[in-house]
Write a protein that binds this ligand. Structure first.
Ligand SMILES: NC(=O)c1ccc[n+]([C@@H]2O[C@H](COP(=O)([O-])OP(=O)(O)OC[C@H]3O[C@@H](n4cnc5c(N)ncnc54)[C@H](OP(=O)(O)O)[C@@H]3O)[C@@H](O)[C@H]2O)c1
Length: 274
């Protein structure tokens, strides 16, 4: 007869939730989901940033899965990875999948939808609402980064570029424009970056600081992704106050699956699944 230690026995009856993360919402969801007695949380990070939003609870694995097929294989076994190692040391399937990645992380979301359907794992996307234009906003809405770069021609001389470090190359050829670039981590070595100054910082940013930055660097245009959420919205408010146009990159399409707008909605979905 096998005698199971209480901690191991408890984990065996728990359902395993995989959260695709890399956002503040995902980290918060991991904490709140872990408080549900029947849930064991595994969080997954891409491993891009030097200081990621690492959940303070559950197991964390880091790195790509190897496309939709790799993610499907993980859903079926959820084998331990070098950065993780499960509390109970045991490899077993994922019961629920929640994609709480950034709205611009389109590839992982598409992969998740395919893998979840293939493995028949209940799947939810946590999609924070996009920012809506309000009175006083001078937005130029564009579909992508090259269109954003084209929109600056003849319009701008000093641009605040707040799209992160991965997409800077699209603006590198605009020699007549000076850029203030803000990113969490420095761009990859040898990747082309526009002429200007790089600021390394992570939100949330206050309205007062954003207003001050725009004035200090005499910014005449902002380029932003429509990320939604509160942490980086102050620059949009400051632009409105100062009458500065914002070239707003629209979100990429997302899979047509069940969605909620916030962490509370995701928790309610999870409880319903149990
Ligand atoms: N894009 C943004 O603006 C932005 C902003 C803030 C935070 N983030 C976070 O940074 C991460 C990477 O963003 P991205 O735009 O490069 O994503 P992406 O283009 O959708 O993903 C590219 C590849 O990175 C891997 N990946 C992405 N997220 C992952 C995760 N949570 N766990 C494991 N692998 C992951 C996958 O590799 P495999 O195909 O090998 O599985 C995926 O195919 C995301 O997790 C996102 O939440 C992104």
């Amino acid at each position: 007869m096998t005698i199971l230690l209480p901690a191991i026995r408890d984990n065996l009856v728990k359902k395993r939730l995989l959260i695709l993360g890399g956002t503040g919402d995902a980290a918060e969801l991991a904490v709140r989901a872990s408080q549900i007695a029947d849930i064991e949380v595994v969080s997954s990070l891409a491993g891009r940033t030097q200081q990621p939003f690492t959940p303070k609870t559950g197991t964390v694995r880091i790195g790509g899965f190897g496309g939709a097929a790799g993610l499907a294989a993980f859903l079926l076994v959820s084998a331990a990875r070098p950065y993780g190692g499960y509390a109970n040391g045991e490899d077993r399937p994922i019961d629920f999948l929640i994609d709480a990645t950034h709205p611009f992380a389109a590839q992982i979301s598409a992969n998740a939808a395919v893998a979840a359907a293939e493995c028949n794992v209940p799947f939810l996307m946590l999609v924070r609402p996009a920012w809506e234009r309000v009175e006083g906003d001078r937005w130029i809405e564009v579909a992508g980064y090259s269109e954003a770069a084209r929109a600056l021609l003849g319009l701008s001389q000093r641009v605040f570029l707040t799209i992160g470090r991965q997409e800077l190359a699209a603006f590198a050829g605009l020699d007549a424009i000076w850029f203030l670039m803000r990113a969490i981590d420095p761009p990859a070595l040898n990747s082309p970056i526009p002429n200007g100054k790089l600021l390394l910082a992570r939100g949330p940013f206050s309205l007062e600081d954003e207003r001050q930055l725009l004035l200090e660097y005499q910014i005449d245009t902002i380029v932003s992704k429509n990320s939604g959420g509160g942490a980086t919205y102050a620059k949009i408010v400051a632009a409105r106050e100062l009458g500065i146009p914002v070239v707003m990159v629209q979100r990429p399409p997302i899979p047509d699956v069940e969605q909620v707008a916030d962490v509370a909605g995701a928790i309610a979905w999870l409880v319903k699944q149990l």
